[in-house]
Design a protein around this ligand. Structure first.
Ligand code: KG4
Ligand code: ZN
Length: 325
């Protein structure tokens, strides 16, 4: 079964074709990063206009790369939330038009569930029950997954999402946008020697990252930082240490057979290394290109949603604050 996936929830316009929820035939991404970098963050109005320009060419590119004709597409999966309303609308409207004109079934996908399903696109397939850490620009969630579609939220961030904290810290250190990759790179040339406060949120599976970011801000304000690379390494170490140790603890407690990492921050090199070194439970993490926003994960998720009997109608609407659990 071939599924065309479409993703336009934030600042990447993406289209992909995935076979049987696991095999990528094409995975195309038109990034707007350079445009938003000028403003130091995503400008929603600019994002939706760019999606409008990029969406048809990116779909055509994905179809070409997969050497697939419309008659071979069995269904279209599209992100309908959470995300920026104007951005989501572009993907959903285009998909509804295609589905209507070509008489192809469609299914609306939750972007966060899509991030989880990036793990079905790797060679080692997930085994239930598992614990999933979703770490993106908008979310930091620990989710216990017993089977397809069965989610329990064990913990979440009480303030900044991990990716948001990376982006804000990079802005404080004037490392540019997007902040996560910039901090990851700078940290490779520094030592984690600054004493930043770690908020463990003991006794819970929740997270808090805003205190670390504020402490970094105060240090910069007081002129206490003389090496930006050391500051980046210290910040990264603090966030990663909390993510790694709290995730492993939650996985042990709920009897997970595997830990799945997903979302943009799962592309972080220290996070990947530390999980592999420290976890007694097997770790699954997609390659970095499947951690950040892409449409292959949406197509994969769409496949499993269709298998479970879910199907959307042409009434499908965007839900900017859509929840997974
Ligand atoms: O999943 P994603 O592409 O979009 C959302 O759904 O939010 O995640 C984007 C987030 C951004 O905050 C970005 O700075 C962060 O992921 N990110 C990273 C890295 N690559 C992307 N954070 C830390 N290290 C990285 N290498
Ligand atoms: Zn995302």
């Amino acid at each position: 079964m071939k599924i065309l996936g479409i993703e336009s929830s934030c600042d990447e316009t993406a289209a992909a074709i995935v076979e049987n929820g696991t095999r990528i035939l094409s995975n195309e991404i038109a990034s707007q990063v350079d445009i938003h970098a000028r403003y130091g963050g995503i400008v929603p109005e600019v994002a939706s206009r760019q999606h409008l320009l990029a969406i048809i060419p990116i779909i055509e590119k994905a179809m070409d790369k997969a050497s697939t004709g419309w008659h071979e597409i069995n269904a279209i999966a599209v992100t309908h939330g959470p995300g920026l309303a104007g951005s989501l609308l572009v993907g959903v409207s285009v998909v509804k038009s295609i589905a209507y004109a070509k008489k192809i079934p469609l299914v609306g996908v939750n972007h966060l569930e899509g991030h989880i399903y990036a793990n079905w696109l790797t060679e080692t397939h997930p085994v239930f029950p598992l614990l999933c850490l979703i770490v993106s620009g908008g979310h930091t969630d620990l989710i216990h997954m017993r089977r397809h579609g069965d989610y329990t939220l064990l913990g979440h961030t009480m303030d900044d999402a991990a990716g948001e904290a990376f982006d804000k810290a990079a802005r404080i250190l004037e490392l540019g946008y997007p902040g996560g990759p910039a901090i990851d790179k700078a940290a490779q040339h520094g030592q984690p020697c600054l004493a930043l406060p770690y908020s463990w949120m003991s006794g819970t599976h929740n997270f808090s990252f805003s205190g670390i970011k504020t402490a970094l801000y105060r240090m910069v304000e007081k002129g206490k930082i003389d090496n930006i690379n050391d500051a980046a390494a210290s910040f990264q170490q603090a966030v990663v240490s909390i993510l790694v140790s709290k995730t492993i603890a939650a996985a042990s407690e709920c009897g997970a057979k595997q830990i799945l990492l997903s979302g943009g921050v799962a592309a972080n090199s220290l996070l990947r290394r530390r999980f592999r070194q420290e976890s007694p439970i097997p770790i699954l993490v997609p390659p970095p290109i499947l951690c950040t926003d892409n449409a292959a994960m949406i197509a994969a998720c769409g496949y499993f949603r269709l298998q479970a009997g879910d199907k959307s109608t042409l009434d499908l609407d965007v839900i900017p604050s859509l929840q997974l659990v």
